[in-house]
Design a protein around this ligand. Structure first.
Ligand code: TGC
Ligand code: FAD
Length: 392
């Protein structure tokens, strides 16, 4: 793979909207991605392997629990710093950002928000340092966009719960130490349970043959009469709003992350277009390639503004779930479109692993599907503006 020459586009001088702390956190993450992720990531994607050696580095840049209070081992940062960290990580690879998103927003967040003090103290510091890795089990073979229909269930056996069922498409599952699992009780009410590797009847087979997110490990969670201690139930939330609340936080991070992938594709294509000569002039001097590049920077700038404003609203506690859906949907679609256009600017070179573009493009096909598909987020906006749910 070519050396990482990334220069972040900032067409509307958005750095002026950031605090010194935001820039410091962002620059540390950017530097770390250049040093530790870019040189190895193509190789790991080709091998379809998660580079476990980067876990401690992710912890060091605050990627595990950026907004979780420091008393629990988190970085205690605000929502914009959280977003900027996700942007920089996904600039390197969406699969690495997935690992961080799951750990922070889908494992640490529910333990912090829905757990008791004992659970927080037991798990959060180890998750923040990367000593423990976690995964989040919501999706099932027959219930993807409609998680409320889940059939994974637990029964109260007096001194423990008995968990049965299966989850699929679970990021980090093959190596996770713990899983936050969403299952129905005997009354059909959804609860979160912490399931630990090693519990009898719990297995995590890996999903192979992915053309996307190849540097992220994906798997199933199988529960065959797993005895879960009663103290592992998250006591402070029940119902579908539990997992959906975690998704708000993760989807917000993805909105920022997608900008990172788009910036990397744009920057690579711009540099290539200036250097590549055809018909005795750089292809950057042709109107058709300028159209692509000009539209890319316009869309990136719009997404940056949208997402920064969403970050301000989240810091003020005012952002709605529907606003988050709009940003996730817009930014991932924007990034995928830019990746496809950037790939064309590189001609044949664009399909090789010498450049990051094709990897971003393939990764984004998952990002546009997980955490709510492109269509589902449109329906969430539709519901918000019309008052009519068109899902059912
Ligand atoms: P609905 O009846 O609308 O709502 C059920 C309950 O949930 C509440 N709620 C929310 N709460 C918090 N945050 C949100 N965003 C919420 N949206 C809804 C709602 O108020 C209600 O509460 P209550 O107290 O009245 O019960 O639910 P529905 O069954 O009609 O479904 C709505 C729909 C389709 C929007 C939702 O189910 C959905 O978002 N589906 C998409 C599924 C999804 O995103 N799955 C993601 C799985 S995890 C994943 O992909 C991780 S990828 C990780 C990585 O690698 O980065
Ligand atoms: P389906 O729900 O079957 O949807 C298929 C198509 O139908 C989509 O285009 C969808 O938009 C459309 N559709 C569905 N309902 C409607 C409707 N009402 N109206 C119109 N169109 C509709 N899940 C987890 O729980 N944890 C994870 O860590 C996790 N990681 C993932 C990692 C990867 C790499 C992938 C690919 C997925 C991951 N997921 C995870 C699952 C992901 O959230 C689901 O794939 C996603 O929610 C969509 O579900 P589905 O694949 O079953 O598609």
């Amino acid at each position: 793979m070519k050396p990482d020459l990334f220069q972040a586009p900032d067409y509307y001088l958005l750095d002026e909207l950031l605090s010194d702390e935001h820039k410091m956190v962002r620059d540390a993450a950017r530097e770390w991605v250049k040093r530790e992720v870019s040189p190895i990531i193509e190789d790991y994607a080709q091998k379809a392997e998660f580079p476990k050696q980067i876990i401690s580095g992710l912890a060091d840049i605050g990627a595990f629990g950026p907004y979780i209070p420091e008393e629990y081992g988190g970085a205690g940062l605000d929502q914009i710093s959280y977003g900027l960290i996700m942007q920089e990580i996904e600039r390197g690879d969406s699969g690495v950002r997935s690992t961080a998103s799951v750990q922070s927003s889908l494992v640490m967040y529910p333990i912090w928000k829905y757990g008791n003090e004992e659970q927080r103290k037991k798990y959060l510091p180890k998750l923040a340092s990367g000593e423990f890795m976690g995964c989040f089990g919501l999706t099932e073979p027959d219930y993807g966009s409609n998680p409320g229909g889940m059939i994974t269930n637990f029964k109260d056996m007096g001194d423990h719960y008995l968990l049965n069922g299966a989850k699929m498409w679970i990021s980090n599952a093959p190596f996770a130490d713990i899983a936050v699992v969403w299952a129905k009780n005997e009354e059909g009410r959804i609860h979160g349970l912490i399931v630990e590797r090693g519990m009898e009847g719990f297995s995590t087979p890996e999903t192979h043959n992915k053309w996307s997110l190849r540097a992220s490990a994906t798997g199933e969670l199988i529960f065959d009469n797993v005895k879960v201690p009663k103290e592992n139930l998250l006591p402070n939330k029940s119902g579908l709003g539990g997992p959906l609340g975690c998704l708000d936080s993760a989807r917000y991070g993805i909105a920022w992350g997608a900008i990172g992938a788009a910036m990397d594709c744009y920057d690579t294509a711009l540099r290539y277009a200036k250097e590549r000569v055809q018909f005795d002039k750089p292809i950057a001097a042709t109107q058709l390639q300028q159209k692509k590049l000009a539209e890319m920077i316009t869309e990136i700038t719009k997404a940056q503004l949208l997402t920064w404003r969403l970050g301000v609203l989240r810091n003020e506690g005012k952002a709605t779930s529907a606003q988050i859906s709009m940003a996730k949907r817009n930014n991932v679609d924007m990034a995928l479109h830019i990746a496809r256009e950037a790939r064309q600017i590189l001609g044949g070179m664009g399909i090789t692993g010498e450049y990051s573009i094709m990897r971003h493009m393939m990764n984004l096909e998952s990002v546009i599907t997980y955490e709510g598909t492109h269509d589902i987020h449109l329906l969430i906006t539709g519901l918000d503006i019309t008052g009519h749910a068109a899902f059912k």
